[in-house]
Design a protein around this ligand. Sequence first.
Ligand SMILES: *[C@@H]1O[C@H](CO)[C@@H](O)[C@H](O)[C@H]1NC(C)=O
Ligand SMILES: *[C@@H]1O[C@H](CO)[C@@H](O)[C@H](O)[C@H]1NC(C)=O
Ligand SMILES: *[C@@H]1O[C@H](CO)[C@@H](O)[C@H](O)[C@H]1NC(C)=O
Ligand SMILES: *[C@@H]1O[C@H](CO)[C@@H](O)[C@H](O)[C@H]1NC(C)=O
Length: 413
Amino acid sequence: MRCYSSNSTPLILVLCLVCSPILSLAASQGSSCVINRNCNSGLHCETCMANRNIKPRCTRIQPSDPKSKGTDLTFNRYTWLTTHNSFARLGQIRSKTGTPNVAPRNQQDTITQQLNNGVRGLMLDMYDFLNDIWLCHSYGGNCYNYTAFVPALGVLKEINVFLEANPSEVITIFIEDYVTSPMGLPKVFNESGLIKYWFPVSRMPKNGGDWPLLSDMIKLNQRLLVFTSKSWKENKEGIAYEWTYVVENQYGKGGMNAGSCPNRAESAPMSTTSRSLVLVNYFPDIPDFATACKHNSAPLLDMLNTCHNLSANRWANFIAVDFYKRSDGGGAAEATDVANAHLICGCNKLSLCKDNSTFGVCEAQAKPSPPTSTSTGILTGIHRSVAGECWAPPRSCTAICLLLWKRIHCYSF
Ligand SMILES: *[C@@H]1O[C@H](CO)[C@@H](O)[C@H](O)[C@H]1NC(C)=O
Ligand SMILES: *[C@@H]1O[C@H](CO)[C@@H](O)[C@H](O)[C@H]1NC(C)=O
Ligand SMILES: *[C@@H]1O[C@H](CO)[C@@H](O)[C@H](O)[C@H]1NC(C)=O
Ligand SMILES: *[C@@H]1O[C@H](CO)[C@@H](O)[C@H](O)[C@H]1NC(C)=O
């Protein structure tokens, strides 16, 4: 933000900075901003140095809700934003054991905040630890005090609260499963209350068939899909073995080469149509906050297209990233919308899908989005008040700013 003043004093400049976040009107994607509150809902304010995007801008953190176009398609006709190691959060310095946690971090906010932002796929690493099941980001199949995050129960309860409060939401959990204690997982899911939302393995299509309708899953309250990475658990514990139902590309560096989309070792090749769900990973081996904004932007969209072409022309149902909120514009939220548009109506933008549309029928043009203010803070705000437009800044700031406005000449960017 630039503030110009005829009597440019540090005081005025400081006030510009102090007032602007409070007074600014919400702005749309790509607008300059100072703090998150400057941006419309579903956006936040950030820079992407990795793309030389030094000026903070409003970028997207929330995908559009595909249910807004109807729920009468099969589950495999929707795409869900998925967080990799959803529980490994920046800012949680200590493990719940009390020991400082040295494990890498992949996300910025809590599971509840992720769900509130439209994340519907969660990748959770679960271990036997301290006579319980823990979320842990570890190695060698063992959890340690310094790699443990929290007991799984707390996070599963958060998910339960969300599903209870949002009766038409469906969540998918992918467990990287190191639990060997008998019935360890069923017990903890039962204790969390989540068992009542369990989507039964018996209803999952085994040979590439269509999934039940989303509306059906909602109606029957079968709104939690759980997949394990351990094949023996399907028969013994009733938890679906992920790669009987899902093809998944290579995670880490091996999955980030433009133009290729190899399957991860456990998965059938991406083009295998006897698995009806497609999961696309796009993140490096070691989570990197600085470059995540770059990865989650154009290269992610590119990989989405590549994987579509190499997955028997199927669009991803799950898009898994690190730091899902980071991007230089539309990010993983936009990638999710793009895949949803292709799956739901065969158009390349979700805004082009008609409600309950027949496949292949696109709106002629994107519906104009409701008018959003592109105002850029106090500067515009002051001009507006001068022009006599209705504009009501919070009282705490009015006094200072009105006192000064005649002396400040301000310009928007
Ligand atoms: C789609 O159709 C259903 C009933 O068939 C209706 O209830 C719903 O409002 C329609 N529109 C959307 C966006 O779901
Ligand atoms: C790990 O943490 C638990 C719980 O706080 C504690 O009882 C145990 O002694 C710790 N183990 C090590 C090796 O520090
Ligand atoms: C599930 O939890 C309920 C109460 O929360 C308990 O009564 C029941 O025994 C549990 N079942 C299993 C299989 O753990
Ligand atoms: C995917 O295939 C389409 C149609 O053949 C082609 O136009 C497009 O360039 C391909 N995209 C990628 C990223 O390979």
